[in-house]
Design a protein around this ligand. Structure first.
Ligand code: PLP
Length: 429
């Protein structure tokens, strides 16, 4: 495949945008080469500016669960935009989407909409601190909760891809309030709590980690965290920016049957427009301004176009819950196919999957936390990434990301992907 126009556009972009991109992982820095510029996308495919058609396993990093340019979502945005694009005043559609989200997700009474997953997590932590009157938070090494200061401490995703899990610009004062723990290690969390008795406002985690590749919670891990939180007056925050409206209509809380105190959303909830949200039981949510003392706001929060896209998306998922089975089955099919292909070629690998989140780690060690994820071979990942790209398959340009499966993918697409993986695997060590 040829990518001349993408490369030319990248050169131009770098003159006026730092690194040529508006979010670092898009720059292909950890895999090498120039990023691909998109012309358009439809269903399971990206069409780039050089005329290449790629099967897309990123799906805008998760939101496009039903595929790109999904008609009900696109039409809802077009119709809404004719009536104005932003008012900074209440609109009925905000209540419509809030009511629907609250009806789909367990253990939440109220929800507030923001503009990104970062904002959702940052606001959730402020709310937890305000509600409990405590300052410290526990986060897990390798989990990513957006780029607000408190979370750029051993952060996963793009941050670790660029070797900057701890970013300059985060003050020591802020960093000292973020306590680190090891994912899937309850004993370690207990130790951290014991060393900071009565100082911890919340534990925030991805209930299925997706930012160090996909890492499932070990049996009992989420339940154990719930117990520790109850015993120590700590709020449990599930960051469901990736898992929300993907693993089940009610997200990870529904899938694992574990109750969180605050839940954050992004990605799918906006149908591809910039939306985040955080939600909790009434007692906690009423701690927010204008009822309560914790301030949180946004000029474009509840934007009508974003709400229209999100509502169209959630309505469809709510009315057709079979979608969750369908994407899970497709992902399972892919999982089995990849496993057979990589085994046949004698590659050292581990595949992790939960529902429609899957990742291939080039390591035989079980990948259960950040340290084990970091042991995988990045050299093999780079070859795998570029080999697949050459075959018209687009996966995330980082070994620390999850593949997101959308329902627009056909079994023929999956077969083509498995065949391409086998071909590429022949060149791996
Ligand atoms: N939380 C999780 C689990 C994420 O995966 C992400 C982004 O990938 C975020 C939060 C931040 O969301 P956003 O990029 O919309 O700010």
């Amino acid at each position: 495949m040829k990518y001349q126009r993408s490369s030319a556009l990248f050169q131009e972009a770098q003159k006026v945008i730092p690194g040529g991109v508006n979010s670092p992982v898009r720059a292909f820095k950890s895999v090498g080469g120039d990023p691909i510029f998109v012309e358009k996308a439809k269903g399971a495919y990206i069409y780039d500016v050089d005329g290449n058609k790629l099967i897309d396993y990123i799906n805008s990093w998760g939101p496009m669960i039903l595929g790109h340019a999904h008609e009900p979502v696109v039409n809802a945005v077009i119709e809404k935009s004719k009536r104005g694009t932003s008012f900074g005043m209440p609109t009925e559609i905000e209540t419509d989407i809030a009511a629907l989200a609250v009806s789909m997700v367990p253990n939440i009474d109220k929800i507030r909409f923001v503009n990104s997953g970062t904002e959702a997590c940052m606001s959730a932590v402020r709310l937890a601190r305000g509600f409990t009157g405590k300052d410290k938070i526990i986060k897990f090494a390798g989990c990513y909760h957006g780029h607000s200061d408190s979370f750029l401490i051993q952060a996963g995703s793009g941050a670790i891809t660029f070797g900057a899990p701890n970013s300059p610009g985060v003050t020591k004062g802020t960093a000292k309030d973020t306590l680190l723990a090891t994912y899937n290690n309850l004993a370690n969390v207990e130790e951290v709590i014991a060393a900071n008795k009565n100082e911890i406002a919340c534990i925030i985690l991805e209930p299925v980690a997706g930012n160090m590749g996909c890492i499932p919670p070990a049996a009992g891990f989420l339940e154990g965290l719930r117990k520790l939180c109850d015993a120590n007056d700590i709020l449990l925050i599930f960051d469901e920016v990736m898992t929300g409206f993907r693993l089940a209509a009610g997200g990870a809380q529904e899938l694992f049957g574990v109750k969180a105190d605050i839940v954050t959303f992004g990605k799918v909830i906006g149908g591809g427009l910039p939306v985040g949200a955080f939600a909790a039981r009434e007692e906690i949510m009423n701690y927010l301004a204008p009822i309560g003392p914790v301030y949180q706001a946004g000029t474009l929060s509840g934007n009508p176009l974003a709400m229209a896209a999100g509502l169209a998306m959630l309505k469809e998922l709510n009315e057709n819950r079979e979608v969750f089975n369908s994407i899970n089955k497709k992902t399972e099919y892919l999982h089995k196919g990849l496993e057979t292909a990589l085994k046949t070629e004698n590659v050292k690998f581990t595949i992790n999957r939960v529902g429609s989140m899957i990742s291939v780690h080039f390591s035989e060690v079980p990948v259960t936390d950040f340290a084990s994820a970091a042991q995988a071979s990045n050299e093999n990942f780079k070859k795998f990434f570029h080999g697949l790209l050459n075959e018209g398959i687009y996966i995330a340009p980082s070994a620390f990301e999850t593949w997101f499966i959308c329902d627009a993918l056909s079994y023929e697409d999956l077969d083509a992907t498995i065949a391409a993986c086998q071909k590429v695997a022949k060149k791996l060590n």
